[in-house]
Design a protein around this ligand. Structure first.
Ligand code: ASP
Length: 668
């Protein structure tokens, strides 16, 4: 009996069927009552709703986020957590919180002394159910969506008590990150995390909506597979049935989605976990989520159009924001103009190449760089991949270049010293920073006054689009170093000068990446994206003679300076795939061992195909305005790859190791 009433209560339809169900129960029980009937009546008192919404359940008629002035006079039941309480004279006020918001409960000492006394004893995070009448508040709380009303409580039940939480559930909590990760289920009760996860859910819904509408099928691929080369280390899973053998967790479903195209699926997507055992540089997680997509019988523009459309759809649905059409910027140009393959275009400060402007100078620093042999083609970002960026360009010829810091002519010695240290940091490697201040009164002051006249510098400044009041910052070094230093410097200036307006978006495609780059340690050709990207048809001529010059049909989508999507048109001819493996130094046996099944599949009429993958975590992070992907993942790992809540990874029983035929030998 109890069971049945529980079920009815949970059906979520109390509003419509509660009374009827109650009448039916009365008929079954007969009037008056057994203990069972009492219990049912009690439940009914809470559950029978005079006013209920889709969130109504056995425990509540409404949520803590939905009552408004228009609901005044209604009797409702809420359930949630005791967020905060205040005793004011004869009244006690309790903020009751659930996923949907906060509602103020009011308890009156003079009319409901016993109830009010119990309310005063509620501890933080107690789970509470309260019934009462909605009343318009005397003074409205503008911070709360429900701030116009309060619930004058007539009944209250503690559903569960709570130990004292280790930190406050406020937006700005007093808990450090490690503590919050240990108690992640409590951290999730805080509004910022809850909102991020809501935005994530909306994003995924909008993605599915778009892709389903475009005829994509969501197809799952296995997690226990063979290594997929995405350039990281694999996580391995030992096989018990085949001692000594291991599965690899997918770094991405790359090969599998290609095989789905060969299997005739035409349009595939999957919201999928990927696993990469990388060092914890920056904001990374060992497992992360991709929106993985692939299409058959497509060329590059088909893929770019489709996923530009998806991005715009999601922005519209989730942020109610109309993204303008996306620029498609060649990689070489991005590197030459912004010093980065993920440029942030929310502000200007483009890099200007100045080798020609300073040709013939006696200033030793510039002269040396010019003598290193920077030609104009290289200076301005020539068309081939090698000339224009990537690691090989770091060894390339010299480049004098600069950026304009708008309105910064009054920078102090200290500020300029800080910027100089910034470009000289070892990972940027510039030897120094030349400044030219073009004061508002038209005068010029620079760190190279001795070598150049004011008129000369004014001419350079004018050529760079500067105006009086602006500051020029110049670097002279190997091409790659100059570009990297200035690329980073423009970001640093944007940060210092607040050049980026909140709510602005810069979303663009970078196209024509190099196919290969030089391994900085071994000097050998390695792939830039992954080994299945199609060479650019225009560059096939260099493929054997100078593979580093060869571009790929590879593209990234860059959002506010972050790489959000990577993809490519894939190789669909076995002989081209073989040639790429050859350049990458795979022996015949290695090719067969690692990719035999793919090379076989390519022989059976593989269609031209291509696709991409979105980094879901980072995309949601940007839309949620968060700084780390940990804030948009329900249960993330910390910076050292640990799950602090579950305490993983952990040592396992000897018995488990024995079953797997594994002996652990720790490195000293
Ligand atoms: N598998 C690729 C990645 O994870 C994406 C793609 O090429 O579709 O970056």
């Amino acid at each position: 009996m109890v069971h049945r009433s529980g079920k009815q209560g949970r059906s979520g339809k109390q509003g419509r069927s509660g009374r009827k169900a109650g009448r039916q129960r009365q008929r079954q029980e007969g009037p008056g009552g057994t203990r069972c009937a009492d219990r049912q009546r009690k439940a009914r008192n809470f559950a029978v709703a005079k006013f209920a919404t889709m969130y109504a359940t056995h425990y509540r008629t409404n949520t803590c986020g939905e009552l408004r002035e228009a609901d005044a006079g209604k009797e409702v039941t809420l359930a949630g957590w005791m967020h905060r309480s205040r005793d004011l004279g004869g009244m006690t006020f309790v903020d009751l919180r659930d996923r949907f918001g906060i509602t103020q409960l009011a308890f009156n000492m003079s009319s409901e002394a016993e109830l009010c006394g119990r309310a005063r004893k509620l501890g933080r995070e107690f789970a509470v159910q309260a019934t009462g009448v909605v009343q318009v508040r005397e003074s409205r709380n503008k911070e709360l969506a429900t701030g116009a009303i309060e619930l004058v409580v007539t009944k209250m039940e503690v559903l569960n008590t709570s130990a004292l939480p280790p930190f406050t559930m406020e937006d700005e909590t007093d808990g450090g990150e490690e503590l919050r990760m240990k108690y992640r289920y409590l951290d999730l009760r805080r509004a910022p995390l809850r909102k991020s996860l809501e935005l994530r859910a909306k994003t995924v819904r909008a993605v599915r909506e778009y892709l389903d509408g475009q005829g994509f099928w969501e197809i799952e691929t296995p997690n226990l597979i063979k290594s997929t080369p995405e350039g990281a280390r694999d996580f391995l899973v030992p096989s018990r049935m085949q001692p000594g053998s291991f599965y690899a967790l997918p770094q991405s479903p790359q090969i599998l989605k290609q095989l789905l195209m060969m299997g005739g699926m035409d349009r595939y997507y999957q919201i999928v976990k990927c696993y990469r055992d990388e060092d914890f540089r920056g904001d990374r997680q060992p497992e992360f989520s991709q929106i993985d997509c692939e299409m058959a019988f497509v060329a590059q523009d088909d893929v770019l159009d489709m996923f530009e459309g998806m991005t715009r759809h999601v922005f519209q649905r989730v942020l109610d924001y109309n993204l303008p059409p996306m620029q498609r910027l060649p990689y070489a140009e991005a590197i030459a103009r912004y010093g980065s393959d993920k440029p942030d275009l929310r502000f200007g400060a483009e890099i200007h190449a100045l080798n020609e402007a300073f040709a013939g100078t006696d200033f030793a620093v510039f002269k040396q760089v010019l003598e290193r042999g920077g030609s104009s083609a290289q200076e301005s970002g020539g068309s081939s991949a090698q000339e224009s960026g990537g690691s090989s360009a770091l060894q390339g010829p010299g480049l004098i270049a600069g950026i304009v810091a708008k309105g910064c002519a009054e920078y102090s010695r200290k500020q300029l010293d800080e910027l100089t240290d910034f470009v000289k940091a070892p990972h940027r490697g510039a030897g120094g920073l030349v400044y030219v201040k073009w004061a508002a009164d038209g005068s010029i002051k620079s760190s190279v006054d001795k070598f150049f006249s004011a008129d000369q510098l004014r001419e350079v400044a004018t050529g760079m689009g500067a105006k009086p009041g602006d500051l020029l910052l110049l670097v002279a070094a190997k091409t790659g170093i100059t570009r990297k230093a200035l690329g980073d410097l423009r970001l640093e200036l944007a940060r210092r000068e607040n050049w980026i307006k909140p709510g602005d978006w810069s979303v663009l495609w970078i196209v024509d990446f190099p196919l290969f780059e030089k391994d900085p340690d071994t000097g050998e050709a390695i792939f830039v994206h992954h080994p299945f990207c199609s060479p650019h048809p225009e560059d096939l001529a260099y493929f054997d003679s100078d593979p580093l010059r060869c571009r790929a049909l590879t593209y990234d989508m860059v959002m506010n300076g972050n790489e959000i999507v990577s993809g490519s048109i894939r190789i669909h001819q076995p002989e081209v795939q073989n040639r790429v493996f050859d350049v990458l130094g795979f022996s015949q046996a290695q090719k067969q061992e690692q990719f035999g099944f793919l090379l076989d599949a390519l022989k059976f009429g593989a269609p031209p195909h291509g696709g991409c993958a979105f980094g879901l975590d980072r995309w949601v992070m940007l839309m949620a305005g968060q700084d780390t992907i940990r804030d948009v993942i329900a249960f993330p790992k910390n910076n050292a790859g640990r799950d602090l809540m579950m305490d993983a990874p952990a040592i396992v029983d000897q018995k488990q190791l024995d079953e797997l035929s594994i002996a652990v030998k720790l490195k000293r």
